[in-house]
Each structure stands twice: as structure tokens, then as C-alpha cells.
Design a protein around this ligand. Sequence first.
Ligand code: SF4
Length: 382
Amino acid sequence: MRFSDAARPELADPRERRTRRQAAEDARARQAAATGELPDWEPLRESGAAIRERTLRELGTHLETLETAVAEEGGRVHWARDANEARRIITGLLPADADAALVRSDVTDELGLEGAEPGPHTKAAVVGAGFLVAETGTLVVTGRGEGLSIPGTLVVVAGIEDIVPDWTDLEVLLQLLARAGAGLPLHPAVATRTGEFELVLVDNGRTKVLADPVGREALRCVHCSACSDVCPVFERTGPRPYGPGRAGPIGAVLTPQVRGVEVSLGASLPFASTLCGACADVCPVKIDIPGLLVHLRGRVVDARRRRPVPNPELLLMRGLAWSMGDERRYEQTVVRRARWARLLVRDGRIRRLPGLLGKWTDARDLPAPPRRSFRAWWRRRG
Ligand code: SF4
């Protein structure tokens, strides 16, 4: 489904919109205070961006280091190409006679995993990783670490990019995450566990994203959600219209790359933005989300051009290009179109255009076209 269609019911609910606006305003105030009080916030962001960029560049090496470290500490690493394979692996690792608790993360949501929160009743748990420290094979989660100390099976799920080479790099990223995301100087609790778990590393389209020299920047994300809190589109629609996977501005650049720009959601998400740039201003690892959206819009247009049957928008653009390619032709087109458009004028305005052009008047009206074009007026004046 296209983003705009999926967003319609959300936009029609004023109570939900009010709640979302209030939550976003509160989050923005907290984050602005936490980042504004730090004199070296900008250098810290630069360091975070550089760490994430370097990690992605050397991802293969860090993943091998992680696999070795986890194995040395008594754990096992499983590789999942896609969401189906990940779900199959996770189900196979869990004991058949116990319901597994779930500690959610973006990647567990991406896989559509469901489960109750861990309690004293818990024998097996699936935990979404915050970070994985490659040098020691350590799982890091922000929070009290529910589920990490269970005596039974612990399955840790992470995207292949959720990796940090070492503890020094982790220290920088945790500071950024706390201030930009939670609006706190530090997370009140950070829990760790080394080895002795089953680690499922999920690709699910990420290597495809890495292969795009421009789009790969999106994988720097440290999941702080600050970009969603400042996004005027997300504030009005909430997360649902972004589909399964990430929501908000980062979802608008990741989902089209993972699912392809040929499907309707992937083709519409790069346009679900005003390109105001607020997301890039707050992103703690300096992802140029507006730049990525423009890049992806280009990919959507290229994909449409390759279709055997052009869509109405492309036909319209080709017609415009043809008429604008010649001065006389352009002038005649303007005169004819203005004559035709005047038939639609009611009380001095055009309130509804027919067909595809109706999208323009869905949200605005147009002034009546003048009887004489600028060029004709200029010629007479000369
Ligand atoms: S892209 Fe968004 S969620 Fe990811 S790090 Fe940047 S601001 Fe945070």
C-alpha cells in the first residue's frame, strides 16, 4: 500500500494526532536540553559518524571478530539471510515446551516477533540487541537488561550492522544515544552479557543497502528515534503507515532500499517528507536523510522509466517535455491549456482539476488563468 493511502486513517483521528504532537514536543524539549548543555556536542557527533562509517567499511572483519569472540565465550552465531530464515532459526533454538519472553527492539519488530515481557515465570527469552561489541562478543542493551540473566535459553537478535568494534567506540555511541534519543546525559542503566547466548545475525536486505555507495549511509543509524521526534510528517501520521520495519525518516530511507523502489510502499516512502532537514540536524551520527531521500526519489523515477507501460505521470511529463522543447509549440500549448482551464473557473478560482491533475487541487485551488499570456502582453507592449 502507498504511504499516503496508509496514512489517511491516521490523519483522520484528531485525538491521536494531538497525543502524538504532545509526545513529540516533550521529546524535542528533553533532547534539545540534553544536547544543548554539552559544549562539545558537535565534535561528539563527528566522532559518532566516523565510528559508524568506519565500522560499516570494515563490517566483514568486525563480524568475523564477533563470531570468534562469541564462540570463545561459549555462545553460537547463526546467520539469517532474510526475515523468514531468522524466524525459523529462532523458533528452532527455543525449547518447544516453554513460551519465550521477548525484549523488543527495532530488529525484533522488523521480524514481526511477538511475546510477553520477561518475568520470574521465564525459561527462555528472545532479546533484541542494542549493540554487540566485536572484540569481546558482548551484548549491550540500554535498560535494566530484562531477560539477560535467565538461566534458560537466551536468543539474541541483531542486524548485521548493530556492531561496535570495541568498548572505546561504544562509550561514544552510548553518550550520543542517551542525549539525542532519551534526552538524558546517560542512560540510567546499561546491561551487558558476554557469550553464552545464541546470536542470530539478520541480513534481511542490509547487504543490498551496503552495496549502494550513497544509500549505505542509512546503516549508520543507532536507533535513537530523534529523527522521528522532529519530523512533521511522522508527527501527523505516527508509525503505522511506514509499514513493517523502521518508521519515521530513517524508515523512509531504509524500507525502499530493503524492499525495493518497485513496490508501492518503497516507491512512495521517499516522497513522505517535506525535506525540511530537521532530521539531519538532530541525527547524532549525522546521517544526511534529506540527501538520501532525494537520491531514492531519483531511483523511483528511474524504476518508473524502465516500466514497459509508462504510467500517466510519466506520459504527462513526456508531453510537457515535448511541448517545452520548441518555442512556438510551447506558446500554442499555453494558449490552448489556458483556454481549456478557463472553462473550469467558478467564482474566479479553479477548485478541481480533472484526472491526474486533480491531485494538485486536492489540497489547494488555483487562480483563473489570465485571458492573455505574458508573452502576448509583452509583444503588444513592444
Ligand atoms: S537516523 Fe534517526 S534514529 Fe537513526 S541515529 Fe539518526 S536520528 Fe537516530
